[in-house]
Design a protein around this ligand. Structure first.
Ligand code: ATP
Ligand code: MG
Length: 385
């Protein structure tokens, strides 16, 4: 068995540690902490997190929400973090407010209320109970693309709904993948929301590695997933090969572990990862291989053979040269000049079939080496007829 607790790799799980987003959580906390010192006199604050797919926006907002709830509790303040996502909960104002009201107190909900009434009931209720709310509005850009309703206006003017009273919604964290939604807001919305935002960069290789490593600590048995395999997943999911998406990296890890287990392997090997990569993101097609020059196909075949027998996800250039000569000895004359091997390796990289990370790190990320080997054997056989 490899997976001790596979759920810990799934997106629904909020890990206890967030490597490379701890500062972002702290910054959020710094920004909002005064609100829980004197909540009855604080005015609502807004915060925008902008970053690409899988850069940790949602998980950061969730973590911060829990942290603020706990800090408030320690000061004897009843604060509830409400997370709303229009993609999950509905992308209309009515659906959003229905969801928020039900999350806070189902007994004040009525299906006959419109959006305005729901807001009024909600604000009255939390005021009366001295309950405070922090809201995370995830994927604001999705909402704005779906509806023309002035959701940002409504959310940032909650303090004007019941004039002369204090609004117990202390703040809202918004997230979006880019700032383009701002061009769809009117002046009033922009001025209340503010143009300030915190940018989340895509994760780099070492960052993805750290994230996977920490998650493995909770999810897999010790000694079953090696550093080299994690490094390999990090390499293929971060720039320049990947987009720095932690969700994709975790999904590759999870699926590879499942595959390895199903095959009865005691450990996760690069070959399992390559197989999953070929399924999740197939990029080498039969056609690609058909159009390769014959000599180049030999080089690729050599790389595939080496990879199958190697425990490492990469082989070195020297190994490839030796392997090319070796396959020549098996009755197929392959006397190849060194400079030609260099040229073919370069061309295979340009075609996106292999990854060259240096003279000692040449690998195939996008297709299972076993499949490739069989396919190439078949091609070689047919071509030499
Ligand atoms: N720093 C981190 N540490 C541990 N896990 C992380 C970290 N960042 C992201 N993850 C995990 O990666 C996955 C994607 O993160 P998250 O959902 O926060 O991305 P996002 O920026 O909200 O992406 P999207 O724009 O697609 O909604 C989640 O499973 C999350 O738990
Ligand atoms: Mg998200």
């Amino acid at each position: 068995m490899i997976l001790k607790d596979g759920d810990k790799l799934l997106p629904s799980y909020i890990p206890s540690e967030l490597p490379h987003r701890e500062k972002q959580v702290r910054d959020l906390f710094e920004y909002f902490k005064n609100a829980i010192v004197d909540p009855a006199n604080s005015s609502p604050k807004y915060y925008q997190l902008i970053g690409p797919v899988g850069s940790g926006k949602t998980v950061t907002a969730l973590k911060f929400g829990t942290m603020l709830e706990e800090a408030a509790k320690e000061s004897g303040i009843a604060l509830k973090h409400v997370y709303v996502n229009p993609r999950q909960h509905g992308a209309t104002r009515l659906m959003v407010f229905r969801y928020i009201v039900q999350a806070v107190e189902p007994s004040i909900f009525s299906a006959s209320y419109g959006a305005e009434e729901l807001v009024i009931e909600l604000l009255k209720y939390i005021q009366k109970r001295e309950l405070y709310i922090l809201l995370t509005f995830d994927e604001l850009d999705f909402m704005i693309n779906q509806t023309k309703e002035p959701i940002v206006y409504n959310l940032t003017r909650l303090n004007e709904v019941l004039p002369g009273t204090h609004c117990n919604v202390l703040g809202i964290v918004f997230t979006a993948r880019s700032t383009t939604y701002q061009s769809k807001l009117d002046e009033a919305e922009l001025s209340s929301l503010g143009r300030f935002y915190v940018k989340f960069e895509p994760y780099g290789t070492n960052q993805i590695y750290d994230i996977l490593e920490r998650r493995c600590y909770e999810a897999v048995y010790p000694g079953t997933v090696g550093d080299d395999v994690l490094r390999y997943i990090a390499d293929v999911t971060s720039p320049p090969l990947g987009s720095g998406d932690a969700r994709y990296a975790l999904s590759i890890l999870y699926n590879s572990c499942m595959l390895a287990q199903n095959l009865g392997s005691p450990t996760l090997n690069p070959e399992h990862v390559r197989k999953v990569l070929s399924v999740l993101n197939p990029s080498v097609t039969e056609e690609d291989l058909m159009y390769l020059p014959e000599e180049e196909r030999y080089v690729l075949l050599s790389i595939a053979r080496l990879l199958i027998h190697s425990r490492s996800p990469y082989v070195s250039f020297d190994q490839i040269v030796a392997q090319v000569e070796h396959s020549g000895q098996k009755g197929k004359p392959r006397k190849m000049e060194l400079k030609d091997v260099v040229r073919y390796v370069q061309d295979l990289q340009n075609r996106g079939i292999i990854d060259v990370r240096g003279l000692t790190e040449i690998g195939i990320s996008s297709v299972s080496a076993n499949t490739l080997d069989r396919f190439l054997e078949y091609l070689v056989e047919r071509l030499s007829e």
